[in-house]
Design a binder for this molecule. Structure first.
Ligand SMILES: NC(=O)c1ccc[n+]([C@@H]2O[C@H](COP(=O)([O-])OP(=O)(O)OC[C@H]3O[C@@H](n4cnc5c(N)ncnc54)[C@H](OP(=O)(O)O)[C@@H]3O)[C@@H](O)[C@H]2O)c1
Length: 251
């Protein structure tokens, strides 16, 4: 059995930076055509170019996953053009106005986090449903350790990520045996999302010390398990959440 995704098309939301960029390029390295989606056209163009340099197809599509109509029309276009075999719901945010005590969280911050992290994933799953069933494809949600355990001061984020773990299970049941649905729960990864944490020496050390592997992950270390779960090597895995967290949740 090989880890070969040649002939399949992977759509990766938030596929232009950090973990999503690494996943996009990881899929391209495994032979898949890749459509990276985000709101920033120049970033989409750059990743699409890097995908094509690996000898596979790409398309330039911008998408805000919180825009339900745009989600539906974008997935329709990609399905008509390249087909959709793999969807990675990776787009996620954790903005300042959604952090802190419940009292400190604004309604806008709460709604935005739930709309993007959970609502966006659901909308993309719905938009890709018929294509994935037709192709016998697979869907992957990118949650977080915050989908498995509580994290203080990150209530909307943790609620959205626990929601993604649950959504993974309910979709896996509904779509079996045609479509496999799994989830990744990364620990702390060195991306823009964690820049503030990493730049605060005290906070950085406390996170590293709390992590058995004693460091932040490189985005490529999340991309590997993503490619694996989407491949035939994981053909009996569905409804599962794989922690890729340096041992964080083993404590
Ligand atoms: N970094 C970590 O330590 C860590 C740990 C656990 C889980 N995660 C999860 O992993 C995923 C990726 O995180 P990351 O650290 O790689 O984040 P990142 O570096 O901030 O990148 C986020 C990506 O999502 C896109 N995005 C944001 N809002 C979007 C929207 N409304 N519609 C479409 N795309 C959107 C961004 O592009 P635009 O802004 O241009 O749209 C960008 O491509 C997230 O779901 C995050 O919760 C991260």
């Amino acid at each position: 059995m090989e880890l070969d995704l040649t002939g399949r098309t992977a759509v990766v939301t938030g596929g232009t930076r950090g973990i999503g960029r690494a996943i996009s390029l990881g899929f391209a390295d495994a032979g898949a055509d890749v459509v990276p989606l985000s709101r920033t056209e120049s970033d989409v163009e750059a990743v699409a170019e890097a995908v094509r340099e690996r000898g596979v197809e790409s398309r330039i599509e911008t998408l805000d996953v919180a825009d339900r109509e745009a989600v539906a029309s974008t997935f329709d276009r990609i399905a008509d053009d390249l087909g959709v075999d793999v969807v990675v719901n990776n787009a996620g945010i954790n903005p300042e106005d959604a952090l802190g005590t419940p009292e400190a969280v604004s309604d806008e911050g709460y709604d935005q986090v739930l709309d993007v992290n959970l609502g966006g994933a659901f909308a993309c799953a719905r938009a890709a449903e018929s294509s994935l069933k037709e192709s016998g494809g697979t869907l992957l949600n990118v949650a977080s350790v915050g989908g498995l355990v509580g994290l203080p001061r990150q209530h909307p984020y943790v609620a959205s990520k626990h929601g993604l773990v649950g959504l993974t299970k309910s979709l896996a049941l509904d779509w079996a045996p045609d479509v496999r649905v799994n989830c990744l729960a990364p620990g702390y990864v060195a991306t823009e999302l964690t820049t503030d944490l990493r730049e605060n020496e005290e906070l950085r050390r406390s996170i590293e010390e709390r992590t058995p592997l004693d460091r932040f992950a490189d985005p490529d270390e999340v991309a590997g398990p993503a490619v694996f779960l989407a491949s035939d090597l994981a053909s009996y895995a569905t409804g599962a959440t794989l922690a890729v967290d340096g041992g964080w949740t083993a404590r």
